[in-house]
Design a protein around this ligand. Structure first.
Ligand SMILES: N[C@@H](CCC(=O)N[C@@H](CS)C(=O)NCC(=O)O)C(=O)O
Length: 239
């Protein structure tokens, strides 16, 4: 079984949440847009509107004749197939809810550097970005992190995973979220993680998973940069 992942080359972006699941499971997959002529293939798929195959934006996944977009939907599809999802139906839905919440905060992260429009440069919306980031740092990061911390604390099976007994795709996504926030807002996150030790421990443990640590050290893992979702602008971190 091989999957085709479609995502913009040169950034981790939202595609990375999918990539981490594929890599952790040791799945065979093509990262199509990183291949020669792959961008053309991606653009052609974006332009089609066939029933059950219309996608609005990358990332999207091709699995046989299925085309699936939206990170949370892609992971809902992939999770059980990769052995990275709870088997129980209620837990599976709960994992999906958590993943959708991660999509929500990812949108908020994006809006810290592009609060007005994607069509404008960061430099053209810097004042709004500073105001937006201040609220994000002081209100939203603590609220989200405390929510994840409480879920971990209250998991009856222990705080090594968000849902159920074993690691699932949401744990990998929480790792990516916390790592990305640590890149973008290092001052804020250094303080915040002191008050959410379970989130910090989970993030560290995920990075040690054998296939994932090999991936993170490989050149398949694009470095964080100022083109992606998680961007480091010191002025937005209250510096
Ligand atoms: N909610 C979607 C967001 C997808 C999205 O915004 N993709 C970005 C790249 S990370 C994009 O290419 N957007 C184009 C657009 O919105 O016009 C998801 O989680 O997959």
């Amino acid at each position: 079984m091989s999957y085709d992942l479609f995502y913009w080359p040169g950034i981790q972006g939202r595609g990375e949440f999918v990539r981490l699941a594929l890599e952790d499971a040791g799945a065979t997959y093509r990262d199509v847009a990183r291949e020669p002529h792959g961008m053309k293939e991606m653009q052609q798929l974006l332009a089609q509107h066939a029933p059950l195959r219309a996608v609005f934006a990358p990332p999207f996944l091709r699995d046989g004749d299925r085309l699936i977009s939206q990170v949370a939907a892609i992971l809902l599809h992939l999770g059980p197939r990769l052995g990275l999802a709870p088997v129980d139906e209620a837990q599976s839905l709960y994992a999906h809810q958590i993943q959708l919440t991660i999509s929500d905060i990812v949108n908020e992260v994006h809006d810290t550097h592009h609060p007005i429009s994607n069509a404008l440069y960061y430099e053209d919306q810097k004042d709004a970005a500073k105001a937006r980031s201040k609220a994000f740092r002081t209100e939203r990061i603590p609220k989200y992190l405390k929510w994840f911390e409480a879920i971990l604390a209250e998991n009856p099976a222990g705080s090594r995973q968000l849902v159920g007994l074993t690691t699932s795709y949401v744990d990998l996504s929480l790792f990516q979220l916390v790592t990305g926030l640590g890149y973008a807002f290092p001052r804020t996150m250094k303080k915040a993680l002191k008050t959410t030790p379970r989130v910090a421990d989970l993030t560290a443990a995920i990075a040690e998973r054998p296939r994932l640590s090999a991936y993170l050290a490989s050149d398949r893992r694009v470095a964080f940069n100022e083109e992606g979702i998680f961007r480091h602008y010191p002025e937005l971190d209250g510096a």
